[in-house]
Structure formats: structure tokens, C-alpha cells
Design a protein around this ligand. Sequence first.
Ligand code: 5GP
Length: 116
Amino acid sequence: MAYDSNNIFAKILRGEAPCIKVYEDGDTLAFMDLMPQADGHVLIVPKEPAETLLELSEEGAMAAIRTTRRIAIAVKKALGVEGLHVAQLNGAAAGQTVPHIHFHVIPHATGTVLRM
Ligand code: 5GP
């Protein structure tokens, strides 16, 4: 399917919608999830216009996983949590609700269940 640049993450990337930014570099933007599944839930969004991981370039994927790892390390250090989910959904059938590729970093204590 063709990429739809009207999605909310595209608007955030263009500065047309607000976000609580936690990290930015030339290839990625990371910000707090509006409806977090746990305190400290961060989204990592590649700047490249791609709906899913399947359309993202290899360079974009490398940049996204590098930023995701950095965010995971920072969140674990800041919150002192025991574990983290790193999640990435592709397509509505898989539960993706925003059609711009993104990774979730979700802090978890032992025994918590991921709602996804
Ligand atoms: P998905 O289900 O597509 O993997 O995840 C989309 C995520 O984006 C959800 O966790 C949802 O809470 C978050 N989200 C949706 N709209 C906004 C928004 O306008 N701002 C922010 N910061 N997060 C959003």
C-alpha cells in the first residue's frame, strides 16, 4: 500500500503535531507514547517515510535499531526496571494502528503482561 503522509507520526516528524521528545538524530525521532502501556513507554520512529519494516531501507532499519537500543539502555538506567519489551508491529492484521514504522520500548517489572 502507498505510504500516507497524513498519519500522526508523519505530522509529529514534520513538527505539525506535538510530542514529548526524548531523542533525535538525523535518521530517527524518539518520543513518549501518548497512551503508555507502562510508565516510560517510548516510541522510536524512523524519519524515512515507510509504513512497515518491510518498506524501510536497510540503512533506515539499522538506524532504527541503533536508536531503539540506546533508548532501551537509557530507560532501564533511568527507571531501574527489571526488563523491557521491544515491540514492532507490521500491518493492521498484526495490530499496527499508526501506519508509519515505529518501535516500542516498554519497561516491565517481573510478571507484567504486554497488551499488544
Ligand atoms: P501501534 O499499535 O501502531 O504499534 O502503536 C501505535 C502507538 O502510538 C500506540 O502505543 C499509541 O498509544 C501511540 N500513539 C497514537 N497516537 C499518538 C500520538 O498522537 N502521540 C503519541 N506520542 N503517541 C501516539
